[in-house]
Design a protein around this ligand. Structure first.
Ligand code: ZN
Length: 216
């Protein structure tokens, strides 16, 4: 049973295809681990389909169908499915597999501090991105607030902030109103899939000095 699930408006955004890729990837990855969220997304998608069915069909410009069929002729056959290693299956939800070509060996970890590593998964050209975050067992992420949405999906281990604890499958949604310091639980490194709309802003006494230099 997953304790922390995304709010309805985020699921609605996902079901309608309105979310940018980094955010959508984290929602889809959570849904792959949470049957309740997957069911809710299915319900919203069906609802959207019903609404669309009720609209009068727009008239196709003449030749539109011919052009669409001609375009299909040029589409290459579907690429073979990548092989996914057991380690990748154990750690990563299925929506992430294509981004690492099915193998955790392709995760490009970068050391950000003694306690924190990150590996980019999607960078969308602006400041939005999705990345894997690895925090050493028992160690904190520097205290910070947010300059947009932050979605954190736990994949391994667990972490707590002052208000809640999060385990595999849990999704924490934070925004500009929240200031927190997540701490990985003892025993196991905590690995999360994170989406950010903009870099976080450190608010601790030492972290504040790092803001101009460190982007996380
Ligand atoms: Zn945060």
């Amino acid at each position: 049973m997953i304790a922390h699930r995304p709010p309805e408006e985020l699921l609605l955004g996902y079901a309608s295809g309105a979310l940018p890729e980094p955010i959508a990837l984290v929602v889809a990855s959570h849904a792959a681990l949470c049957p309740e969220t997957a069911r809710e997304i299915g319900r919203l998608e069906r609802l959207g389909g019903t609404l669309l069915d009720g609209l009068a069909p727009a008239e196709l410009k003449s030749g539109a169908l011919d052009r669409a069929l001609a375009a299909l002729d040029g589409v290459p056959a579907a690429a073979p499915k990548p092989i996914v290693t057991p380690a990748a299956r154990a750690l990563l939800p299925a929506p992430v597999w294509p981004y690492v070509k099915g193998d955790v060996a392709n995760i490009a970890w970068q050391r950000r501090s003694a306690d924190v590593d990150t590996a980019d998964i999607v960078v969308d050209g602006g400041e939005r991105r999705a990345f894997l975050l690895r925090v050493r067992a028992g160690r904190p992420v520097p205290r910070h607030t947010h300059r947009g949405l932050e979605l954190t999906l736990v994949l391994k281990g667990a972490y707590c902030d002052a208000a809640n604890c999060f385990e595999r499958g849990d999704l924490q949604v934070a925004d500009t109103t929240m200031d927190h310091q997540p701490v990985a639980q003892a025993g196991d490194d905590c690995i999360c899939l994170v989406a950010l709309e903009a870099p976080i802003w450190f608010t601790g006494p030492i972290g504040r000095l790092a803001n101009p230099f460190v982007k996380l």
